[in-house]
Design a binder for this molecule. Sequence first.
Ligand SMILES: NC(=O)c1ccc[n+]([C@@H]2O[C@H](COP(=O)([O-])OP(=O)(O)OC[C@H]3O[C@@H](n4cnc5c(N)ncnc54)[C@H](OP(=O)(O)O)[C@@H]3O)[C@@H](O)[C@H]2O)c1
Length: 268
Amino acid sequence: MDTRRFGSTGLTVPAVGLGTWRTFDVRGAAAVADAREVVEQALLAGSRLFDSSPMYGEAQRVLSEALKSRRADALVATKVWASSAREGHQQLDRAMRLFNGVVDIYQVHNLVNWREHLAMLEAERDAGRVRVIGATHYSSSAFGELATVMKTGRVGAIQVPYNPRQREVERTILPLAADLGLGVIVMRPFGEGSLLRRPPAQSDLEPLRAFGVTTWAQALIKWILSDPRCHVTIPATSKPARAVENATAGDPPWLGPAERDYIGKLFA
Ligand SMILES: NC(=O)c1ccc[n+]([C@@H]2O[C@H](COP(=O)([O-])OP(=O)(O)OC[C@H]3O[C@@H](n4cnc5c(N)ncnc54)[C@H](OP(=O)(O)O)[C@@H]3O)[C@@H](O)[C@H]2O)c1
């Protein structure tokens, strides 16, 4: 697993982490055991960054249970997603209980109420309970506001969508992040799974074999990580074997412009 400097935050992140939206929003012993196995395989494969949010139902709790004594081996990224400062503090207290008193990357989810939440997160960072503060948004319609937040100098990281079908971040967000030295987490590498529904034929992947690509999911992950402005992508999966398949795409060699174009054209 390639590891990358997470901008100028001082953190080093694996190129492939794990998302938890939907996949970890589960209840019951069997489902939690499955999630634990996904986490176990992800950790073994070097995917030690886990992203969650209070917006994802049970996901934070399930991640915490799956990590248990492995908490120190992991980088936990979570979020505050609250319209009031009071609710934001409640979410923070809960996350601190779940993740042993430290959150490595604490993000403002979808920029909701960001001014108030940044003040709370800055106090937590100064107290040593938060290592990096971030901001996220899934929609290009919010990238203007995201750029404003980035320029305040108050965040060390961003989380944005980027894949061959969703390239809006190339225009201003990725260049700005690189200029400011921000860490970049790429969400939705598979477009919430939609990019994997009709994969190209196995023979179409042949030209990518020399890059270690054997599946369409790996081709998409490599496409993202071959842009050096992206530090870690966080595919979500409920299946342990897929956590390993996805992690494998975090190994070099990286693609050049010709191979990235080729992957883009496989959608046509
Ligand atoms: N801040 C925000 O606004 C925001 C918004 C969206 C997402 N996120 C974060 O980004 C993470 C990733 O995005 P996402 O969950 O929306 O979507 P995604 O990672 O693009 O796609 C997830 C889907 O892909 C499938 N999948 C994963 N690996 C696969 C493989 N190797 N082969 C075939 N199918 C595979 C999974 O199904 P199986 O379970 O069946 O494998 C799942 O349905 C989220 O979990 C969350 O942590 C943040």
